[in-house]
Design a protein around this ligand. Structure first.
Ligand SMILES: [Zn+2]
Length: 175
């Protein structure tokens, strides 16, 4: 993640309810335990929503019938929608499961992660909506979403492929 901490303790504390909004997140299973304020390399403020992700018992069930164990939990960062000019990101341990019986492994499923990108589905949808509007250049979409230009380009390519092709992008549909 391209950011640096401004100070050792950038953690926000919920002491004054007049200073905070409680918003629906639509990030099912994610528990925001603390929020820190960081500064991106670009100088923009980043709200880092630190937390944990529930792991349903059914997801731990291996195809061999055994219960999988948590093997490692590397931290994952997922870019989320901006708050005005400020960026936001989720940060949580992403459990890697392993079956003690047959040795099968898998990553914990993240229902709110966009396929193929380290961003949330909500941010992905917002990016697609901006691109579909036809009002903004890719550079402007990058600025509005806080995503890199190359990521925006990739999302736009996937979006157009989805609109004008079938069979996983292999067959062209006439517009
Ligand atoms: Zn197994």
């Amino acid at each position: 993640m391209d950011y640096i901490r401004v100070d050792a303790d950038g953690q926000l504390t919920l002491t004054q309810s007049t200073e905070f909004l409680f918003l629906p997140s639509c990030l099912y299973g994610f528990h925001n335990t603390e929020t820190t304020v960081e500064t991106a390399i670009s100088g923009r403020t980043v709200y880092c929503f630190v937390g944990t992700l529930d792991i349903p018992e059914v997801e731990r069930l291996c195809s061999c019938g055994c219960r999988m164990h948590i093997n490692t939990s590397p931290e994952i960062y997922l870019r989320h929608i901006n708050i005005g000019r400020d960026l936001s990101t989720l940060k949580f341990p992403h459990n890697q499961l392993r079956c003690p019986k047959c040795g099968a492994t898998k990553s914990q499923y993240i229902s709110f992660k966009a396929d193929g990108h380290l961003i949330t589905k909500i941010l992905h949808q917002y990016t697609c909506d901006l691109l579909a509007s036809g009002t903004y250049t890719n550079k402007e979409v990058a600025e509005l979403t806080g995503l890199g230009k190359n990521v925006v380009k990739e999302i736009d390519k996937e979006r157009l492929q989805g609109m004008y092709t079938t069979d996983n992008g292999k067959k062209l549909i006439k517009p």
